[in-house]
Design a protein around this ligand. Structure first.
Ligand SMILES: Nc1ncnc2c1ncn2[C@@H]1O[C@H](COP(=O)(O)OP(=O)(O)OP(=O)(O)O)[C@@H](O)[C@H]1O
Length: 333
């Protein structure tokens, strides 16, 4: 049975199309990643799945059930913002959540002890949650999401703003959860997070899935190696375009894009070839283009995004924030 099935989900807010026909299948016991820039539609997809936002159309099924109440019993949702009442202790907060989830009163104590243990929160359980560090708050949020023993845990950007140690602790916890059979759906715009955790990934851009598969499958599809050339530390766009024109003539070059977020670096995908670097260097030297730096790497998930959209995730985020700023500016006038 599929843990999560979403078919042709659509949701618009006025003229903004947040989700534009997303379909997903998540097998039980997997960590499934939704990767995409801010504003791609990840939160809206998750909120629709968790029955917190009504979709305009599309089908949602969780562990074989479609009815709102039944879906809620199967799902735990941990939102992007930590939603804690600071004047309660961790334990009191969990007790409050347990009542919201209609957990039978006789079971509440055991359930709370069990999630506190699972997230190694016992030493902090009787301290006010307002005094917790960011990592502890997130762990308490995760504990609350697991109180009713959901078969699917949905996490929206669970490590945003956390330091690296707290992030790694949460990654380890999620792997343990998977080993116990819980399905985890996680959204992130951190490439390394999805790379480290997800069995499968859907890459989302502007409300649509642009690539789906295991991380290895997706990287393999991109093909050859990536070579990044910087003509100068911060090159002008026209300098990068000149190099692009020259390098396009090389048969080993599969595609070339210019990355403005990286000082107009020139990104190439080339067929794997031991002489690729020297061929490129010779070609540029022949037309007197000097090179500030040159690096070669295996494809990353960002390359998958780049190959599908023509821009990196960071570029897409910059473009999205510029669109929002422009819309706000228009409204003010
Ligand atoms: N309640 C809302 N009202 C109006 N527009 C919304 C609302 N929620 C989301 N949007 C818009 O829908 C689009 C998708 O947003 P969404 O939050 O789903 O993306 P995201 O990939 O989760 O990004 P983020 O990580 O920034 O939340 C964006 O353009 C956003 O501005």
């Amino acid at each position: 049975m599929q843990a999560v099935r979403i078919e042709n989900l659509k949701k618009a807010y006025g003229e903004t199309v947040a989700v534009d026909g997303i379909s997903l299948n998540v097998t039980q016991g997997q960590i499934y990643g939704l990767l995409g820039p801010n504003g791609a539609g990840k939160t809206t997809t998750m909120r629709c799945l968790c029955t917190l936002t009504a979709p305009d159309s599309g089908l949602i099924e969780v562990a074989g059930v479609r009815e709102v109440r039944a879906i809620r019993n199967q799902l735990g949702y941990v939102a992007q913002e930590v939603a804690l009442d600071k004047v309660l202790t961790g334990r009191e907060l969990l007790a409050f959540q347990a009542a919201l989830y209609h957990i039978p009163p006789r079971q509440i104590r055991d359930r709370i002890d069990s999630v506190l243990d699972l997230l190694q929160l016992e030493p902090y359980a009787d301290k006010l949650s307002g005094t917790y560090s960011g990592g502890l708050k997130k762990r308490l949020d995760l504990a609350a999401g697991l109180l009713h023993q959901p078969s699917v845990l949905v996490l929206d950007e669970p490590t945003v703003g956390l330091d690296i140690q707290s992030r790694i602790a949460i990654w380890e916890f999620l792997r343990k959860l998977r080993a116990s059979g819980v399905t985890v759906l996680i959204s992130s715009h951190y490439l390394e997070e999805i790379d480290a955790l997800a069995d499968r990934v859907a890459i989302i851009d502007r409300g649509k899935i642009i690539a789906e598969g295991t991380t290895n499958e997706l990287k393999a599809k991109v093909g050859g190696d990536r070579i990044t050339i910087r003509i100068r530390e911060f090159a002008e766009r026209h300098e990068a375009e000149h190099a692009q024109k020259i390098l396009q003539q090389l048969p080993i070059v599969q595609s070339i894009t210019i990355n403005s977020a990286q000082g107009n670096a020139v990104n190439l995908f080339v067929t794997p070839d031991a002489n690729a670097i020297s061929e490129i260097q010779n070609m540029l030297a022949a037309v007197d283009i000097s090179v500030f730096s040159l690096s070669q790497s295996r494809p990353s998930l960002d390359d998958v995004f780049l190959a599908a959209t023509g821009q990196t995730i960071l570029d897409a985020e910059i473009a999205q924030s510029e669109t929002i700023a422009a819309t706000k500016g228009k409204k003010k006038r």
